[in-house]
Write a new protein. Structure first.
Length: 267
């Protein structure tokens, strides 16, 4: 199998906002450094209204692949991410319908918007990370592939257990069902909200897929205690090593994901 790519999500916990997380640029850079040391290759980050400084701060500290989240926002709202040459930008393959502790999210993302993202991605060299919440989203992914709007490897994340109208059961059965329909050339990561996360992580590691962990997804360690993201990354790495699968470095992950070497804005 290829090495395991671990994505770290040291962001707000949507269901438990009281959980501490790094909410300044300096704190995010510090935690990113710890996540890199723990075994992460990708940093899924939020930095609304301060993307340029946050991206530069992470790059000054680590060689992590920078994946910019908040896919509920429009392309216009995220243009600073693209202009700053982030490595990846998260794009949901359909409607956002989420029910969190302090807000509901309802945003329509039509296929025309997906095509606009693909065009911006090609122009600026920022790879798209496609969020797959159900099999309808796989249909949209194939729609983009058929129009040659994207090229492999297709960077994807399958979501399980996130509450709202896009909810899907956080079970191994659901993971294997959806995984069966993913197009050839997909690099698949799993994101699970809730204690069933560990079951799906184990299944993904055994199946050759990749994992995403952190306070944004599920903030509890194996003992049920709230933990920082770098601790959760360490647990995922330990599970992979116990199962005989090595963990990818950022450089190895870049090759596997088709992400080019770091490029500074204006270069």
């Amino acid at each position: 199998m290829q090495p395991l790519i671990i994505t770290a999500t040291p962001n707000i916990c949507w269901l438990r906002p009281e959980v501490p997380y790094p909410n300044t640029t300096q704190a995010m850079a510090d935690e990113a450094d710890r996540c890199r040391e723990a075994g992460a290759a990708v940093l899924h980050m939020h930095a609304e209204r301060r993307w340029p400084e946050a991206i530069d701060a992470i790059r000054d500290r680590t060689d992590l692949i920078i994946q910019c989240g908040m896919s509920s926002l429009t392309l216009d709202d995220r243009i600073d991410v693209i202009r700053r040459h982030a490595d990846q930008i998260s794009v949901i393959l359909g409607h956002h319908d989420e029910a969190f502790a302090e807000l509901d999210v309802h945003r329509l993302h039509p296929r025309e918007e997906l095509l606009a993202y693909c065009e911006a991605s090609r122009e600026h060299g920022v790879r798209l990370e496609f969020e797959v919440w159900d099999t309808g989203h796989i249909w949209n992914l194939n729609w983009l592939i058929d129009r040659k709007a994207i090229y492999p490897p297709y960077i994807t994340t399958l979501f399980f257990g996130w509450p709202g109208g896009q909810w899907s059961p956080p079970t191994i059965r659901e993971y294997l069902y959806r995984r069966e329909y993913m197009p050839q050339g997909s690099v698949v990561t799993v994101s699970t909200m809730g204690p069933a996360q560990r079951d799906i992580i184990a299944a993904a590691i055994a199946s050759g897929d990749h994992v995403r962990v952190g306070t944004e997804d599920y903030p509890s360690d194996r003992n049920g205690h709230v933990a920082m993201t770098h601790v959760l990354v360490s647990e995922a790495r330990e599970m992979a090593e116990a199962m005989g699968r090595p963990v990818a470095s950022p450089a190895e992950a870049r090759q596997m994901l088709g992400v080019r070497p770091t490029q500074r804005a204006g270069s």
